[in-house]
Design a protein around this ligand. Structure first.
Ligand SMILES: Nc1ncnc2c1ncn2[C@@H]1O[C@H](COP(=O)(O)OP(=O)(O)O)[C@@H](O)[C@H]1O
Ligand SMILES: [Mg+2]
Length: 353
C-alpha cells in the first residue's frame, strides 16, 4: 500500500509520515508548494513539479486556510479512486469558521450564538443587543490570532472599524464563560483518541497552546466524545481536532483539519501520530476491499484477462444500457466524451472519436 501526504511539511506532518512507514509499503511526502491542479473540459489533474502526480491508495492532505481551495481541488482529482480521510468540500468548510458553524448548526450540534453581517452599520446593531464580553473572529484565523475579545460596545465597535479598514471579514460570537479553558479533542473516525483541557495563560481568554495555554490530559465523558465525533462528521473529516467550550452543554467552536500534534502528544503522552498512521492504513484497507467488492458485484466472470473480456448481465433501464464501472475505467472513456458507436444485431462497439 502506498500513502501520499501532501502538506506544508510541518513538524506534525513529518511525525505522521514517519509513523506511516510502519504501516505502508511506500510513504511519499509531498510539499504542497510544488503542487498545482489543472482542470479542462475533459480532465482534472494534479501536477507535482509540473509532472502528473502519481496514484496512491491513500492521500492525506494537510495545509493552512491559504491552501483550502488547492486542497479541495487535489482531493477532487482523487475522489473515488483513493482513500481520502477528508472530503473535498471539508477543506472549504473547515478552513472557514463561519461555514463550520453553519454546518454544525445544520447537524444539530450545540454552538455559541454567532452572527454575520454585511455592513458595519448592521454589525453595530448586533453589538447593541449582545452581552459583554463578546468575541470577534476572523473566519480564517488560527492559533488564537484572529480571535478578539471586546469588553464593551465601545471596544467591539472600534475592533469592527479597524477590521473594516483592513478589509477583513469577521464574525461576532457570544462569549461562553469557561474560566478561560477549552477542550481539544483529536477525532479519528468514530473515536476520540486523545484529549486535553487547555487553560489560557494569565490575563488571556484564548486557551491556544500557541498563546501560552497549558494543557492537561483528560478522558472525555461519553456525551462530549459523541459531540466531537458528530462535529467531525458534520464537516466531512475522519481525521481532525475539535475545539469545545465546556458550558452547561458542551459547545463546539472549531474544527481543525490540520491539527498540530506536538502539544497534544506531550500533554497526553500518547503517540497521536502513530494512531493517525494506523487509522489511515486500516481505513485504506477497508476502502480498497470495498472497491474490489463493488467491481466483483458487477462482473460475473472474467474470460480473458489479457484481452480484458468480461461476462456480465446487461443493465438496461427504459431502453438505455448502463455498463459496469470497470468498463469505462479500462477503456479510459470519460463522461460526455465523444465516441463512435457501431451497432449490428447482437454486437456493439464503442470507440473514442
Ligand atoms: N465563544 C467563545 N467564548 C469563550 N472563549 C472562546 C470563544 N471562542 C473562542 N474562545 C477562546 O479562544 C480560543 C481560540 O478560538 P478558536 O475559535 O478556536 O480560534 P483559533 O482557530 O484561533 O484557535 C479558543 O481556544 C477559546 O479558548
Ligand atoms: Mg482553535
Amino acid at each position: 500500500m502506498k500513502v501520499g501526504i501532501i502538506s506544508l511539511l510541518s513538524e506534525s506532518s513529518k511525525m505522521i509520515g514517519k509513523e506511516c512507514r510502519d504501516y505502508f509499503d511506500k510513504v511519499e511526502m509531498i510539499n504542497i508548494r510544488d503542487v498545482n491542479v489543472s482542470s479542462s473540459t475533459n480532465s482534472l489533474e494534479t501536477l507535482y513539479n509540473a509532472k502528473k502526480l502519481d496514484t496512491f491508495d491513500c492521500l492525506y492532505l494537510r495545509g493552512s486556510y491559504k491552501n483550502a481551495l488547492l486542497l479541495r481541488a487535489i482531493s477532487e482529482c482523487y475522489l473515488n479512486t483513493t482513500y481520502l480521510p477528508i472530503k473535498p468540500d471539508s477543506f472549504t468548510i473547515g478552513h472557514d469558521k463561519f461555514l463550520t458553524i453553519l454546518e454544525l448548526q445544520k447537524h444539530g450540534i450545540d454552538i455559541p450564538k454567532t452572527y454575520v453581517a454585511s455592513t458595519i452599520s448592521s454589525a453595530k446593531k448586533i453589538l447593541e443587543t449582545v452581552n459583554y464580553p463578546v468575541m470577534v473572529k476572523i473566519p480564517s484565523g488560527t492559533h488564537g490570532k484572529g480571535v478578539m475579545v471586546a469588553d464593551s460596545y465601545a471596544a467591539a465597535s472600534s475592533v469592527l472599524d479597524t477590521l473594516e479598514v483592513f478589509k477583513q471579514p469577521y464574525i461576532i460570537q457570544d462569549y461562553v464563560e469557561t474560566n478561560a479553558t477549552d477542550v481539544r479533542a483529536i477525532v479519528l473516525g468514530d473515536k476520540v483518541v486523545a484529549a486535553m483541557r487547555r487553560k489560557a495563560s494569565n490575563g488571556e481568554l484564548r486557551a491556544n497552546i500557541h498563546m501560552g495555554g497549558k494543557g492537561t490530559p483528560i478522558e472525555l465523558d461519553y456525551n462530549t466524545e459523541r459531540i466531537a465525533v458528530k462535529a467531525a462528521r458534520a464537516v466531512g473529516a475522519e481525521i481532525c481536532a475539535i475545539d469545545i467550550l465546556e458550558s452547561r452543554k458542551p459547545k463546539v467552536i472549531e474544527v481543525n483539519l490540520s491539527p498540530g500534534l506536538r502539544g497534544i502528544t506531550s500533554v497526553t503522552k500518547k503517540n497521536v501520530a502513530g494512531k493517525v498512521a494506523k487509522f489511515l492504513s486500516e481505513r485504506t484497507k477497508e476502502f480498497t476491499e470495498n472497491k474490489k467488492k463493488e467491481n466483483i458485484k458487477e462482473i460475473i466472470g472474467v474470460i480473458d484477462k489479457d484481452k480484458n473480456e468480461i461476462i456480465t448481465n446487461l443493465d438496461i433501464k427504459l431502453g438505455r444500457i448502463r455498463l459496469p464501472q470497470i468498463i469505462s475505467k479500462l477503456a479510459d472513456i470519460k463522461d460526455e466524451e465523444e465516441v463512435v458507436i457501431k451497432v449490428v444485431k447482437g454486437r456493439i462497439e464503442i470507440e473514442k472519436h
